[in-house]
Design a binder for this molecule. Structure first.
Ligand code: SF4
Length: 683
């Protein structure tokens, strides 16, 4: 939890490639064509191959689709495309048994493979429960045997929204239930002496997804014979920036933990778009791998020795994470007021951005500040709540006075930053917050402590500029200052570290604060200079999103190369992805696959256009009725494909309108939202 170390897993073969062990983290995608449509599917596989996709998954709803995998495979191999293929199976054991003949890996869903649905969650006697496990074991055994015979590996792919009735009856719809569902199938595999397996634990809720994977690793590594690889993904992440941000947050948080051997970014878009996003997410970790050397195939003996070492390592108090890795609990912090807004405590995290223009360019800085604060927008619209200006000289102080005068009412939302102590002292009576930047190695302590007290207008943010020092240096410096100020009863304080790699430094800071019983609010500050937009989205989402998903952070500030609007949207998307601040409608949409029989991407665009202003509402837009209703988990309303150009509408988990024509469905959804009293007119 405090520095990057990749979990060492058993290497599992996927045809011409392998994953796990010291192999690079692989990038997978999935076709959304009908698998019976050979021409369209081969063409999409060809495009995925050209985009660099390393593993291609195809949906296999029936035995006939499984048969057709043979034709698809033949054409791809004939054209020199040797990308490993994965058959995605839900429900049908017959389809699975046939598909094994044509693929390198088979994915089964423990929630629906050979389970008998009971449509009830609390009516299993112990005997019924055990009988059902035995039934599943017997149904599953032939697949394991055939996979072994054909040299095919298997992913035990659990989804939060599709656990079996039996598992839900005992564990609820929880990470614990997801883990147990996966472990049951892994036990069957190990009992049969079949070890070519990997796991996934997906959910559309990023926090649940992170917790489920961590819990699986803890439980599986304690019980199973090998540390099996992990396939990471956030399901139903949606499209556009939101889909990319959510995926980066969930996958990236786990990669930072050292977990994950292959990933899939699920977007409700052309699957080819998923590939560059996937590579952008794994880049940093694979570069780390290259730096540390490609040691090739790892013998099993080595795997077992490494497992024993990991299992016997007991964590010291200082190594324990300063938050629960398996359940969400926000870090308790004290509350302070900034310009009439409450920060810390149970309040939603606030967003601050920084003006790029220099104060000496007076008109430019005025315009930029206005744009960032967007004063013409309604109060609860997405906008930067605080805007920070940089003060480097006495002339800047004059320019700041002029800026504040020109801004009128909005001046209270302007905050300032400096690394000069004399300027810092003069700023404390001008704005509502002043950030003092601590540069490593510079002397500042005595003078700073004399200036900070409760009598000044401004709250003080002490920010460590982290560049080259170790991850624990910012924590040592800030805790030392915090303890001194706490003893003097100074309470209008915030702490932060500015870095492009905030996960480990903030975890250490939280740990150190906890040890010293300090609960000052924390502002999570990410500064990145990547010129590439996607790279910026991904880095900032991974770094700051990981912290908010673990309950760390009372404010968020991004300083990137993005435009003002983009940067503010990104900050709010990160907070929404972590489900800590809902500022707009939450869309949960699947990527679509061979089970989709309507225009999913068009529907998503149309629904978003009409409903994006319904703050806090969750709308699921799912490709099929087979998996959709379960997978959209906690959506308030659902728009689900029910057959060729037919849609069913849901309120919560209940289907309220069945099989309505696709052309009428969006209008009907809007009416339904109105009827349920959840509609508000856009401003
Ligand atoms: S919910 Fe979407 S991705 Fe999942 S099986 Fe149905 S159509 Fe395919």
């Amino acid at each position: 939890m405090y520095q990057y170390r990749r979990r060492f897993t058993r290497e599992v073969v996927f045809g011409t490639i392998a994953l796990g062990g010291y192999q690079p983290i692989r990038v997978e995608s999935m076709t959304n064509t009908h698998t019976m449509d050979t021409v369209a599917t081969v063409e999409q596989c060809r495009r995925l191959y050209a985009a660099g996709c390393e593993i291609i998954r195809l949906t296999v709803p029936t035995e006939k689709d499984a048969e057709n995998l043979g034709n698809i495979r033949k054409q791809l191999r004939r054209d020199g495309i040797d990308t490993p293929l994965v058959a995605d199976i839900h429900f049908s054991a017959r389809a699975a048994l046939k598909a094994v003949e044509f693929v390198e890996n088979i994915r089964i869903n423990p929630g629906n493979y050979a389970s008998t649905p009971k449509f009830s969650t609390n009516e299993y006697t112990e005997e019924e429960y055990l009988n059902e496990i035995e039934h599943v074991r017997q149904e599953f055994a032939p697949l394991v045997e055939k996979a072994r015979q054909y040299g095919v590996s298997m992913r035990i792919g659990t989804n939060h929204g599709s656990l079996s009735d039996r598992i839900v009856s005992r564990y609820g719809n929880s990470p614990e239930g997801m883990v147990e569902a996966a472990l049951e199938f892994a036990r069957f595999c190990e009992e049969a002496g079949y070890y070519d397996i990997l796991f996934s634990m997906k959910s559309s809720n990023v926090r649940v997804m992170i917790q489920a994977y961590r819990l699986l690793v803890q439980e599986a590594d304690a019980e199973l014979r090998y540390a099996y690889p992990l396939h990471l993904g956030v399901t139903e992440a949606g499209d556009g920036d939101e889909g990319r941000i959510k995926s980066a947050m969930g996958i990236g948080a786990l990669l930072e933990d050292g977990l994950g051997d292959t990933i899939r970014v699920s977007l409700t878009e052309d699957p080819v778009n998923e590939v560059p996003v996937g590579f952008a997410i794994v880049k940093k970790y694979n570069e780390f791998h290259l730096v540390n050397g490609d040691r090739g195939h790892i013998p099993l003996k080595h795997v077992i020795e490494s497992r024993h070492k990991q299992a016997n390592h007991t964590l010291s108090t200082h190594e324990l994470p300063p938050f629960s890795p398996f359940s969400y609990q926000r870090r308790a912090s004290s509350q302070i007021a900034l310009a009439g807004m409450a920060i810390g405590g149970d309040n939603v995290p606030r967003v601050e951005t920084e003006v790029h223009a220099s104060l000496s360019a007076r008109d430019v800085v005025f315009e930029e500040t206005l744009q960032r604060l967007a004063p013409k927008k309604p109060q609860d619209a997405i906008r930067s709540e605080f805007v920070s200006v940089r003060v480097n000289s006495a002339a800047d102080l004059d320019a700041l006075d002029e800026l504040l005068g020109r801004l009128g009412e909005e001046r209270r939302l302007v905050v300032a930053s400096t690394s000069d102590l004399s300027l810092f002292g003069r700023l404390l009576d001008k704005v509502s917050k002043v950030r003092f930047d601590i540069i490593e190695g510079e002397r500042f302590e005595n003078e700073l402590l004399q200036l900070v007290n409760n009598e000044r207008l401004a709250a003080v943010e002490l920010c460590f500029l982290h560049e080259k020092s170790g991850y624990s240096v910012p924590a040592r410096v800030l805790v030392h200052l915090a303890e001194k100020l706490y003893r003097r009863n100074v309470h209008r304080l915030l702490f932060s570290v500015q870095s492009d790699h905030v996960v480990f430094v903030y975890r250490r800071l939280v740990q150190a604060f906890k040890s010293s019983s300090l609960n000052y609010p924390l502002l999570v500050r990410f500064k990145g200079d990547a010129s590439d937009r996607l790279e910026t989205l991904i880095k900032s989402s991974v770094q700051t999103g990981t912290l908010f998903c673990d309950g760390i952070g009372d404010m968020l500030s991004l300083n990137t190369t993005l435009s003002f609007d983009d940067e503010v949207d990104l900050a709010f998307n990160i907070l929404q992805g972590a489900r800590i601040r809902m500022s707009k409608t939450e869309f949960i949409s699947c990527p679509g696959c061979g089970r989709t029989y309507f225009e999913l991407e068009k529907a998503v665009a149309a629904i978003k256009q009409r409903t994006a202003h319904l703050k806090g509402l969750k709308i699921g837009i799912m490709g099929c009725i087979v998996n959709g209703p379960g997978e959209m988990a906690d959506a308030d309303f659902g728009y689900v494909g029910a057959g060729k150009n037919r849609i069913s509408l849901y309120v919560g988990r209940q289907c309220v309108e069945e099989n309505i024509p696709e052309q009428e469905a969006v209008e009907r959804l809007i009416s339904l939202i109105r009827e349920q009293g959840k509609w508000v007119d856009p401003v």
